[in-house]
Ligand binder design. Structure first.
Ligand code: DGL
Length: 259
C-alpha cells in the first residue's frame, strides 16, 4: 500500500478528538482516518503527567502498528504532557494541540483572554511557556473546566447540569473582562452551542483551534507528498481501549455532530 493511501491517525482520551477529526474530514474528504480513544482511562485531566505519558504512548503505538501515516494528538492534555516524549522516540509525524492563545490575544478588544482547559493542561509547562510570550499583550486568566469532559463522554451536553457548570465558568471569566475564551480541551467544542446561548448578545467569542489543526495536517501531508488524491471510498475507523460498544458510540457521536 502506498503511504498516500494509509490513514491519518487521530488520538484522544475519549470523544474530544472527534471535534478535530470532523475538521480534518471536512478539509481532506479523500483521506482515510483511524481514530483511537483511550476511553478506559478517560478523563486524563486530573491524572499525573507520568500516567498521561504512559497512556498516550500506548494509544500512539496502536495507531503506528496499524499504519497511520501521520498522527494527530487531538488532546491538549496528552499533547502538553507527552508530545516531547513521543517526538524523541518515534519517527512518525505528530500534529499536537496547543491552546489558541495567539489568535485570542491578537483579536481581543478588552485585552483579557480566558483559557478553559483541563487542570493538567493548565499546570503543564508548555502552556506556561506559551503564555509567557503573550502576557505583555493581554491578561490571560485560566479556568479548569472540571466536570465538562465527563458531560461530553455521557452525551449530557444539553442538560441543566451542563448549563450550571458552563454559566459558572463563563460568567467568572466575563466578570474579569474576558472577550475571548480559548477552548483548550478538544471535548469543549461539543459544548459550544450551550456556551453561545449563555454568552447571548455579548461580544465574547470562543476560539477553537481544530480548523487550524486540519490545515497543519494538510500542510504536512502535502510537504511529504502523502496527500491521498485517489478516488477510492474513504474509510473512517473508530477504535478504543474500552469495547466495541464505545467504538460505535464514537461513530455515532461524529455522525450526530458533523460540524
Ligand atoms: N480532550 C482532551 C483534552 O483536549 C482530554 C480531556 C481529558 O481526558 O481530561 O485535554
Amino acid at each position: 500500500m502506498e503511504t498516500k493511501e494509509k490513514p491519518i491517525g487521530v488520538f484522544d482520551s475519549g470523544m474530544g478528538g472527534l471535534t478535530v477529526l470532523r475538521e480534518i474530514i471536512r478539509l481532506l474528504p479523500q483521506e482515510h482516518t483511524l481514530y483511537y480513544a483511550d476511553a478506559a482511562h478517560c478523563p486524563y485531566g486530573d491524572k499525573s503527567r507520568e500516567e498521561v505519558i504512559a497512556y498516550t504512548e500506548a494509544g500512539i503505538r496502536f495507531l503506528i502498528d496499524r499504519g497511520a501515516k501521520l498522527i494527530v494528538v487531538a488532546c491538549n492534555t496528552a499533547s502538553s504532557s507527552a508530545i516531547d516524549y513521543l517526538r524523541e522516540r518515534y519517527d512518525t509525524d505528530f500534529v499536537a494541540m496547543e491552546p489558541a492563545i495567539k489568535p485570542a490575544v491578537n483579536t481581543s478588544q478588552t485585552g483579557v483572554v480566558g483559557v478553559l482547559a483541563t487542570r493538567r493542561t493548565i499546570e503543564g509547562e508548555p502552556l506556561k511557556r506559551l503564555c509567557r510570550q503573550w502576557e505583555n499583550r493581554a491578561r490571560i486568566i485560566f479556568r479548569p473546566g472540571c466536570g465538562l469532559v465527563e458531560l461530553v463522554e455521557n452525551n449530557r451536553e444539553n442538560t441543566p447540569e451542563a448549563r450550571r457548570l458552563l454559566e459558572n465558568y463563563i460568567e467568572e471569566m466575563a466578570r474579569q473582562g474576558a472577550d475571548r475564551i480559548v477552548l483548550g480541551c478538544t471535548h469543549y467544542p461539543f459544548l459550544a452551542p450551550q456556551m453561545r446561548e449563555i454568552i447571548g448578545e455579548r461580544d465574547i467569542r470562543l476560539i477553537d483551534p481544530a480548523p487550524a489543526i486540519a490545515l497543519r495536517v494538510r500542510q504536512l501531508l502535502a510537504a511529504r507528498g502523502w496527500l491521498n488524491l485517489g478516488g477510492a471510498p474513504t474509510r473512517h475507523e473508530f477504535r478504543s481501549s474500552l469495547d466495541a460498544d464505545y467504538d460505535e458510540k464514537l461513530r455515532r457521536k461524529l455522525e450526530q455532530n458533523p460540524t
